[in-house]
Design a protein. Structure first.
Length: 292
């Protein structure tokens, strides 16, 4: 297990942002967790990363002015796997609510689509592993909330075992060992670092401690979407989580100022939203075209 060291100043101080402290009387549930309404009350790893990527696009999403196109089937495949390991009832409910997307022609008698057959292979790969079955024990889909540096945050834990002092997050990935180029560090990194899962686990660990007064070690259980699925269990070094919490402390005041219209959002100028709202207001020499 990792040596757990508390990060100081996680709760509000007089110099920190308190703008959303008045909204904490709202109720956060499994049903409203992914809603825009709850996103406007509680910060999350997903929203935080969106603001880090492009403030203008993230603010437009948060205010309901822009709804980016997303690969719904990819999201459903991940939820398909998660619901299976949550409970039989949750999986059956998921199948019924998403029958049109899961089954060919929306009819169960026609069988499931190929992407969900692949999800079944991923499920089989995990379920056939005795070590996974022993490890993945605990309360499923636990909603947690708390305060980080004066701002209200939320999280949803795939599997929480307070007695064993651990929590687990299921991740689906195209290839566990695929390398990803990181622009900031100018090097290839693994998929958890590319997707900021170290940030997510650091936040979840803090929220769990605030809500239950228990320090838990995080583990990522990954399964790949390859024809023969790969799988692995991964820990997150404590120094990475400390660095990520430092990132939250440093960047959060700026994000809160943008959310509350105290500062203008910065456009990245190369995401879908920036291309959609771009205007031809300047002439750029061809030898000065920005390269990404």
């Amino acid at each position: 297990m990792n040596n757990r060291s508390k990060v100081t100043k996680l709760t509000t101080t007089k110099n920190q942002n308190k703008k959303n402290s008045s909204t904490t009387s709202a109720t956060l549930t499994t049903e409203n967790y992914y809603s825009l309404e709850s996103d406007r009350v509680w910060q999350s790893k997903t929203r935080f990363r969106e603001f880090e990527d492009c403030e203008a696009a993230a603010l437009a999403q948060l205010e309901g002015r822009w709804n980016p196109d997303s690969n719904v089937e990819v999201l459903l495949v991940g939820n398909y796997l998660h619901s299976y390991f949550e409970s039989k009832e949750a999986h059956q409910r998921f199948l019924e609510e998403n029958s049109k997307a899961i089954y060919k022609y929306g009819k169960p008698e026609k069988g499931i689509k190929s992407s969900f057959r692949q999800a079944d292979s991923m499920i089989d790969a995990l379920e056939a592993d005795a070590n996974f079955n022993r490890l993945y024990q605990g309360e499923k889909e636990v909603v947690v909330k708390g305060e980080l540096y004066g701002v209200q945050w939320k999280g949803k834990i795939d599997c929480l075992n307070l007695d064993r002092g651990m929590f687990m997050d299921l991740k689906t990935v195209d290839d566990i060992h695929k390398k990803h180029w990181d622009v900031d560090s100018h090097q290839y990194v693994s998929f958890p670092l590319d997707r900021s899962y170290d940030l997510q686990m650091a936040i979840y660990r803090e929220l769990i401690h605030q809500q239950f007064d228990v320090w838990c070690d995080p583990y990522i259980i990954a399964v790949s979407k390859q024809v023969v699925p790969d799988k692995g269990i991964y820990s997150i070094p404590d120094y990475l989580m400390q660095e990520r919490l430092g990132q939250v402390e440093m960047d959060q005041p700026r994000i809160e100022s943008v959310i509350h219209h105290e500062e203008e959002p910065i456009r990245c100028e190369h995401c879908d939203y920036c291309r959609l709202t771009k205007t031809l207001d300047e002439v750029i020499p061809i030898d000065e075209i920005e390269l990404y």
